[in-house]
Design a protein around this ligand. Structure first.
Ligand code: CA
Length: 230
């Protein structure tokens, strides 16, 4: 299967050069032009690697990098016009796997991408036993494999149900409106209505016995509580 690269870069000519460069080398590549779209597409397409520009119009690439490394383990290569050692260190500290200064030769970007991907593969090989993460209410997650278990028994969820569950688990006691959940889980431009959210919440309650923990906040939306008495 060909490897998928997501390019997050607001300068369209640069984004295009990169896309062509990757496609020519047999990768599947896609461009987005803002940090918000980058975060959304990572969730939707689970790319094998993200090429991330430092200077973006909405949020800085550094922030996007931090957010990504907190929630997933997709390798990131940062692009930047900044050449100081401090900036390089900040990029690497934020979780980037490599750092390439502009202007670059696209062949170098592709070559370094291959190196990072190989390294990521070796790490994955070493960590095949992912330790399940306990999330309260008897639920455990293995995020890398997107596996959910209830009291040790795996529960089958659709990709959207899984994303919705993770959204609740990551923000216990936070009240979400249906619109917020649509935006978080389905993406900004989801054409369906908020009824979709209700249906998915009902399914999660049923599949994971969350009738008490996944609460309706009347007139507002939903919240998840991770322990008794909340
Ligand atoms: Ca830029």
């Amino acid at each position: 299967m060909c490897q998928r690269i997501l390019i997050v870069e607001d300068e369209k000519p640069i984004a295009d050069i990169l896309r062509y460069g990757f496609q020519r080398e047999g990768f599947q590549a896609e461009c987005v032009y803002t940090g918000a779209d980058g975060l959304r597409r990572v969730k939707e397409m689970s790319p094998d690697l993200v090429i991330l520009d430092w200077m973006l119009p909405d949020v800085s690439g550094l922030t996007v990098c931090r957010m990504l490394t907190e929630t997933c383990c997709i390798p990131i290569i940062m692009l930047t016009a900044k050449e100081s050692v401090e900036d390089k260190l900040r990029g690497l500290e934020a979780g980037a796997d490599d750092y390439i200064a502009k202007p670059f030769d696209v062949r170098e970007v592709v070559a370094r991408t291959r190196t990072v991907l190989r390294r990521a593969e070796r790490t994955r090989g070493k960590n095949t036993e992912e330790r399940p993460e306990a999330c309260g209410n008897g639920i455990t997650l293995r995020r890398r494999e997107r596996v959910v278990a209830l009291n040790g028994e795996e529960v089958e969820l659709t990709p959207r149900e899984y994303d919705l569950l993770v959204c609740f688990l990551e923000h216990p006691r936070m009240v979400f409106t249906r619109e917020m959940l649509l935006e978080q889980v389905w993406g900004f431009d989801y054409p369906g209505g908020t009824r979709t959210v209700d249906i998915h919440v009902q399914r999660l309650r049923k599949k994971l016995k969350l009738q008490e923990a996944l609460q309706t906040v009347y007139g507002v939306g939903y919240k998840y509580v991770d322990g008794p008495g909340k």
